[in-house]
Each structure stands twice: as C-alpha cells, then as structure tokens.
Design a protein around this ligand. Structure first.
Ligand code: ARG
Length: 458
C-alpha cells in the first residue's frame, strides 16, 4: 500500500504527476496542528467506542512521539509523503504498526485539512493582532512625543491645512484599529470546527464532533458537511483583511519614504533599516520600507489568487483547494513581519521638527481660516472663499505669505477691517488652535485621543 488511496489502482503515479500533486512542501507548516487534531480525534473515537481503548492509547502515544519529533525538528519527511496527513500516518505506522490505520476512521483529509488550517489561523491571527497593537502603541507614543509639532497636511499632495503631527500619526492608529476588528470578526467565523464532515457526507459512525470542537478550543461545530468541505471563505476573508492591513502599511511606508527624501527632509530614518548604494557613496536608501510597499503587492496578488481559486468551483471538495495554502501562508508571514518591522522603524525615526514646522508656512495653508473668519462676519462662505482666493492671488503676485501682505491690501480685498488684524495674526499654531470640531486637529481633542488610545491599547 504505497499511498493512502492505492487500492483501486494498477499503475503507480507518474513521477511528474507526483511532483505536481504533492503538497508536502507547503503543508509541512501545518504539522503540529495536524497532530493536535489527530490526538483529539483518537480520543473521541475511544470515548465513542468506535475503536478499542488499547488501540487508542497506542495511537495517542505514537502521535505524542511524533509531536516531539516535529517540535525538535527531527521529523523526517519521505519522498512518498503526499501531504502532511500522509506523512504523519506513515510515521505513526512505523512507530506502532498497522493499528495506526484505525486513526483515519470517520475522518477524511477533506475535513482534516480545514481543521489544520483553522488551528493555524487560531494561532497566527492573534499573533498578527498583537503586532498590530505593538505598532499602534509605537504610533501613540510618537504622537505623545510630537504633540508640539506642526505638520503640513496635504490633499492632492498639495499643502492643505496645518495639523498637529500627532493627529496625522493617530490617523494610522484608527486604520489599524479597523484592521484588528476585521481580523477578530474573521476569527469568530473561523471558530467553527469542521471535523466530522468527513469527505463530504458525514459518516455512519456515532462520532462526537462537539467533544472535538471543545477540546480544540472551537466555539461551535459545523452544521452542513457539504458546506464545510467546500468552504474557504475564512481564507478569502483572512487574505482580504491582510491585504487591507498591507495597504495601510504601504501607505505609511510611502509617507516615510517621501519624508526621508532630502527633497522633503521631514524625518531621518534609522540607519539599521536603511541601506547604501554600491556606486553612490552618499546614499541612505529606505529599502526596508520600499520592500514593505513591494510586498504589499504579493499579498494583493494572494487575494486575487485565492478569489480566482474559488470562483465557479463546484461543491464540494476539489483538489484546486490545495493551492489555498501558498496564498494563506505567504500573506500571514508578510503581514506579520511587515507590521513588526515598521513599528521598529517608527520607534527609531527622528523627526526633523524645524523643517516640518517651517513647511507649514508655505502654500497659503491658512487661507481656509480667513474664509471661515469672514463667514463669521456674515459673508456667505461661497463669497468669503472667492475673496480669500483673490487675497491668495495677490500674495502669489507679490511673492509674500498672506500675513505679510500690507494692511491696506488686505482691507481693500476683504472689505473687512477686522480681517486685517486676523490675517496679520495668522500662524500654523493659530490655525490649529482655531479648530474646535469633533475629530479635528484641535490640540485639546488630540490630547484626549492620545489618552483614550493609551487606555484602549493597555
Ligand atoms: N492536500 C489536500 C489539500 O490541501 C488535502 C487532501 C485532500 N485530498 C484529496 N485527494 N481529497 O487540500
């Protein structure tokens, strides 16, 4: 009996077909979870009197030995091990003889693989969540350190309005919070045990899927065997969530890359996360951040890959599904590492306070404040907007910032005496202080937000 399924075959599997169908190189990652699931399955078979207690004991002690071998990295894979399930059953047979063959009673690799993948995700998603929390904490700490620093907020990559740099940093904390909740939502749906669905129809044995679910830490059991073995929504969801997370990280990476460029110069990235050039001695390139941006594409590719795998696939199990692992594992690894790395980078990045604050003085960023001021004097906002547009036009002509226009010009254009004093008193700091709305860059609101996040992330 060469393979688990050899009985009805006369011919051996073609060598090319073997290379093409075997998935062991990928599902090796699932070894510990496969053994954990098998131990509980064997316990259940004994409790339900489906296999004799003494056989169950042998199976479980063999599986525990295998578990040790896997943990010590001593488990040896053989050329005929088609997948992780086969490898473990083959080793179990070597250890305890033909009684190992009883383990697969009332189980199929179709429900087993889902169990392994779900156990993997129940481990990895909380790990990813915890690095997201670490990154959020790093951002909140930076926001607290930077509470006095002004930042030229852009729209269309053009100077828009000054904000507290802390406010900008907290935007990422909000984005990451959504990433976390998306992963938690997905985890709730993952938390349903698939074991007992068998190949697709269930089984004639009196199994106890609830026992298995409880022992393996699942909240509930499946209700439809066909759905379970066909379902990979939980992988589509996970890679989608990780794709959104990676988009957030790549936007953050992109901003840091731009800010670090000597053309902008708002930050100085830590040398430990930069590399030089083999030809240009002056270079300190942000390669690590560029790779976070680059690897985000790999995760986005996995979303497309995973969704294409599912589209139009008839129920129930099809071998196509085996390809899900490459998308899942690679996305999880990239997301985990990228989140951790960007957190370290941000922690060690130096903010160039003077350049950042000086940049708020260019680009007429206080224009909207003047329009709002005129509006408080009874001028309809549309008209105020037009008037301030004229003021900006004049300032551009004279190559002056708005607050350096002479009083007469200001009064003539605005037709408002009070506006003269207001325009003259404008500064990035004042512009920020003027904001008072909910969720704005108002310093008191931002300080409250920092305190709020500190409590949430504790
Ligand atoms: N290796 C398969 C997978 O990853 C699981 C085994 C199911 N194989 C089968 N021929 N029914 O999806």
């Amino acid at each position: 009996m060469k393979y688990l399924w050899s009985g009805r075959f006369k011919e051996d599997l073609d060598e090319l077909a073997k290379r093409f169908t075997f998935s062991i190189s990928l599902d090796k990652n699932l070894a510990v979870f496969d053994v954990a699931g098998s131990i509980v399955h064997a316990e259940m078979l004994v409790r339900q009197k489906i296999i004799p207690r003494k056989d169950g004991k042998k199976i479980i002690s063999g599986l525990k030995k295998i578990e040790g071998e896997i943990r010590r990295n001593q488990f040896v894979f053989k050329p005929d091990d088609e997948d992780i399930h086969t490898a473990i059953e083959r080793r179990l047979t070597e250890l305890i003889g033909p009684v190992a063959g009883k383990l697969h009673t009332a189980r199929s690799r179709n429900d087993q693989i889902i169990l392994d993948e779900k156990l993997y995700l129940k481990r990895i998603i909380p790990e990813i969540r915890s690095v997201i929390i670490l990154l959020q904490k790093t951002l909140v700490n930076k926001a607290e350190e930077c509470i006095e620093i002004f930042f030229p907020e852009l729209t269309h990559f053009q100077p828009a309005q000054p904000v507290l740099f802390s406010h900008h940093l907290l935007a990422y904390v909000c984005m990451l919070e959504r990433d976390k909740t998306r992963l938690s939502d997905t985890l709730n749906r993952i938390n349903i045990s698939p074991l007992g669905a068998c190949a697709c129809a269930g089984t004639s044995f009196k199994i106890d899927p609830v026992y298995i679910a409880k022992k393996l830490g699942f909240d509930d059991v499946f209700t439809n065997s066909v759905d379970v073995v066909s379902d990979r929504d939980f992988i589509m969801e996970t890679v989608s969530n990780l794709g959104i997370l990676m988009i957030h990280l790549s936007r953050m990476a992109e901003e840091l890359i731009l800010w670090h460029s000597s053309l902008i110069g708002f930050v100085d990235l830590p040398e430990e996360f930069c590399t030089g050039s083999s030809i240009m001695p002056q270079k300190k390139n942000p390669d690590v951040l560029e790779l976070i941006r680059g690897k985000a594409s790999v995760v986005l590719g996995s979303i497309v890959g995973m969704f294409s795998l599912m589209k139009g696939l008839p129920l129930s199990y099809n071998r196509d599904l085996q390809e899900d692992k490459r998308f899942l594992f690679e996305s999880c690894e990239i997301a985990h590492l990228s989140t951790l790395i960007i957190s370290r980078i941000i922690e060690k990045t130096k903010i160039n306070v003077v350049d950042m604050s000086m940049a708020c003085k260019h680009g007429y960023m206080e224009a909207t404040d003047i329009a709002e001021f005129l509006t408080t004097k009874g001028i309809p906002f549309r008209e105020s907007h037009y008037i301030v547009g004229n003021l900006v036009k004049k300032a551009i002509e004279k190559k002056l910032p708005l607050n350096e226009l002479d009083e007469l010009t200001i009064e003539k254009i605005t037709k408002c005496k009070a506006a003269v004093k207001f325009v003259k008193s404008l500064s990035p700091e004042k512009s920020i202080r003027l904001k008072s709305s909910h969720g704005s860059t108002s310093p008191s609101f931002v300080k409250k937000e920092i305190e709020k996040w500190k409590i949430i992330l504790k």
